[in-house]
Design a protein around this ligand. Structure first.
Ligand SMILES: C[S@@+](CC[C@H](N)C(=O)[O-])C[C@H]1O[C@@H](n2cnc3c(N)ncnc32)[C@H](O)[C@@H]1O
Length: 276
């Protein structure tokens, strides 16, 4: 039945970090989107904030070559251990350094970087405003900051059905709305960047479709379990089985209607330059 509810993910284990790379099909969409739009410059010092297991950190180091220096920072110890294994393999990358650290208190002096990139992180920061002010501190004047993210509107077909399933359960609807709306949109990110001291000079928007055979496949997919399921557990635990069973039925009905389950994911690339 709702077997997928019985297997919570323990992020702080090496076993999870080792399979996290398989989820990079999700991260890769956004990373490739970023790499498609990022202007490459030589001789830079760059930070990948929230580099996880090393993406897009290593790819950036590879495409920029040896004239630049790259730092990967994350609070996720197990992820960094996995990144360190890869770095040991890439022993020709002498210009990459991994550091455990928090974006809200970066372990670097003022004006350290020409470029900060951050892929799929801004929705994960506890306080994105504080992180951006900290990014401005460690950024050189005229340095660039780049975010690739899934903004508001993410999987809207799913949220529509879930709201319907929750009916008049006001408390659960409120939690679901908080989950849906915690994703920052173009205007919110731009405002935060501007107030931290960056001028937003480039915004690119796109979207893609996630495809699943049906709701049963979607709810059991590793991406769903790792990235989203916890945030969707918005009802009383006693009601959860019934609610998720109804949700799965409704998603399956939608999939039957369209031949598959199709969920829209908007993508946002925002680039700013430090001007003060
Ligand atoms: C969805 S993952 C993306 C990882 C990687 N950038 C990628 O594209 O595969 C979000 C990452 O942000 C990191 N993160 C969340 N809050 C952070 C913070 N305050 N400082 C540094 N990293 C943070 C998480 O540990 C996680 O590795």
């Amino acid at each position: 039945m709702t077997d997928y509810l019985q297997h919570p993910i323990n992020y702080n284990t090496t076993a999870f970090a080792n399979i996290f790379d398989e989820m990079s099909l999700w991260g890769a969409r956004f990373g490739m989107f970023m790499l498609d739009h990022l202007e490459l410059r030589g001789g830079i010092t760059a930070l990948d904030l929230g580099c996880g297991t090393g993406f897009p950190l290593f790819e950036l180091a590879h495409v920029h070559g040896p004239s630049s220096r790259f730092y990967g920072v994350d609070i996720w110890k197990a992820g960094l251990e996995r990144a360190a294994q890869k770095l040991a393999y890439y022993n020709w990358l002498k210009n990459v350094v991994l550091i455990e650290g928090d974006g809200a208190r970066l372990p670097f002096p003022d004006s350290s970087f020409d470029l900060i990139v951050s892929n799929l992180t801004i929705n994960n920061f506890d306080n994105p405003g504080t992180v951006l002010v900290e990014c401005a501190r460690v950024m050189q004047k005229n340095g660039r900051i780049v975010f690739a993210t899934n903004p508001k509107g993410h999987m809207r077909e799913f949220y529509e059905i879930y709201r319907d399933v929750l009916g008049n359960n006001a408390a659960a609807l409120e939690k679901l709305a908080a989950n849906e709306n915690h994703r920052l949109g173009r205007d919110e990110i731009s405002t935060l960047l501007e107030s931290a001291g960056f001028r937003v000079n480039r915004v690119v928007e796109d979207e893609f479709t996630l495809r699943f055979l049906d709701g049963s496949a979607f709810l059991r997919h590793s991406l769903t379990r790792v990235g989203f399921l916890d945030g969707w557990r918005v009802t009383d635990p006693a009601e959860e089985e019934v609610v998720f069973a109804a949700l799965e039925d409704r998603l399956n009905a939608l999939a039957r209607e369209h031949g598959e389950l199709r969920l829209t994911v908007p993508m946002l690339y925002v680039e700013g330059t430090k001007h003060r």
